[in-house]
Design a binder for this molecule. Structure first.
Ligand SMILES: NC(=O)c1ccc[n+]([C@@H]2O[C@H](COP(=O)([O-])OP(=O)(O)OC[C@H]3O[C@@H](n4cnc5c(N)ncnc54)[C@H](O)[C@@H]3O)[C@@H](O)[C@H]2O)c1
Length: 341
């Protein structure tokens, strides 16, 4: 089976994708610098799949390290590039850190891929490129809006760099996957989301609050023009998301792509409000969540959810798991992590 490099493969989405790749028989090599993950994740992947992926601890900002890696692994057929820094607030304070880690590393990898006879490349992009879209649900042809943060900008610039590179590199095929809001954990509870410090995302904040690690959840604003007044997002189970990567990779490896640079939205197509997520958590866990409504948070968009037609019809992928499934698995994972501490 083809050898696939997964950068950031010990992170949240990367680890779930490595599991699905190995389940389909791919030969996986992971690069991760452990800046936002732990080596224990490798054991989780091995326990689920019965196979240890190759692992190289490498900071992709080390250009000569990247070159040396591709010299050793010159039989790589595809790369799924997850490695990036992802905290929006931090990116505002430390823009250069984000441009270096998210853009610099992308350039180094693409330079190596240009040297190969052929290469397939999958990029982790985000629905943040659409900002507050004028029309909902959001299709792939919705305009890319001025980025709200350096983090968001790295996704926009990243997509442009890949598109420009594909235009001049006949050997290179790429897909940018624009994720909506990935949540949940593997049902085995062997891998899941492991935020370092205070979680930036809603679901780990909810599970940590229910666990007593956080005093309460702040819900930022209940006066938005939505049914219950709270913001709406499209929460997609991480296992569904991981499977989409395997399908996108297969599309490129089997030359089923329609052009050598494509974009797809990955979401469920259904928007859920913050309060609906809280209710889903309470329903599946039987816990009462301590939360309070506070002022709106600057920069939050009101509503975003995906039009999934292109992913369903062209990519041949659709979600199988529900928000309740995601909340159940996230809660089981949180309980397991805390029991082991
Ligand atoms: N989680 C989300 O809500 C979300 C939404 C949209 C897009 N994305 C994108 O998806 C990708 C994966 O996100 P995630 O949630 O799994 O994040 P994560 O932080 O859990 O995983 C990223 C992994 O990359 C590694 N990494 C970071 N910089 C590196 C470097 N220089 N060299 C080697 N390894 C490095 C980290 O140690 C981590 O294991 C990111 O590109 C992120 O921007 C995430």
């Amino acid at each position: 089976m083809d050898k696939i490099l997964v950068t950031g493969g010990l992170g949240f989405i990367g680890s779930h994708t490595v599991v699905e790749l190995q389940n389909k028989g791919y030969d996986v090599v992971i690069i991760d610098d452990l800046s936002n993950s732990t080596i224990k994740v490798l054991d989780g992947i091995t326990a689920i799949t019965g196979k240890a992926p190759l692992f190289e601890k490498l900071d992709l900002k080390d250009r000569s390290g990247v070159e040396a890696f591709f010299k050793t692994h010159n039989d790589i057929k595809g790369v799924i590039h997850f490695a990036a820094s992802k905290a929006v607030g931090e990116s505002v304070k430390e823009p250069l850190l984000y441009y270096e880690n998210n853009i610099g590393t992308l350039v180094y990898i693409l330079k190596e891929l240009q040297k190969l006879p052929s290469a397939s490349f999958i990029f982790s992009s985000s629905c943040t490129v659409y900002g507050q879209a004028d029309e909902l649900p959001i299709t792939e042809s919705a305009p890319v809006k001025q980025a709200e943060s350096p983090y968001g900008n790295t996704k926009q610039i990243g997509e442009e760099i890949i598109s420009d590179t594909c235009k001049v590199s006949p050997n290179l095929k790429a897909i940018a996957l624009r994720y909506f809001n990935p949540v949940g954990a593997h049902e085995s509870t062997m891998i899941g989301e492991l935020p370092i410090g205070v979680p930036q995302n809603l679901v780990p904040f909810i599970t940590q609050t229910a666990m007593g690690l956080r005093k309460e959840l702040s819900v930022f604003g209940d006066d938005y023009p939505t049914d219950d007044g709270t913001c709406i997002r499209d929460y997609i189970h991480v296992v569904d998301l991981a499977k989409a990567h395997v399908i996108a990779l297969g599309r490129l490896l089997q030359d089923k792509n329609k052009s050598n640079y494509e974009t797809f939205n990955l979401g469920t197509g259904k928007g859920s409000s913050v309060l609906e997520v809280v209710q889903a958590f309470e329903r599946v866990s039987g816990e009462k969540l301590n939360y309070k409504i506070v002022d709106r948070r600057e920069g939050d968009i009101i509503s975003a959810y995906a039009d999934t037609n292109k992913a369903n019809d062209d990519l041949g992928w659709k979600t199988e798991l529900s928000l309740d499934d995601a909340m159940r698995s996230a809660w089981a994972w949180e309980q397991k992590v805390r029991a082991e501490e």
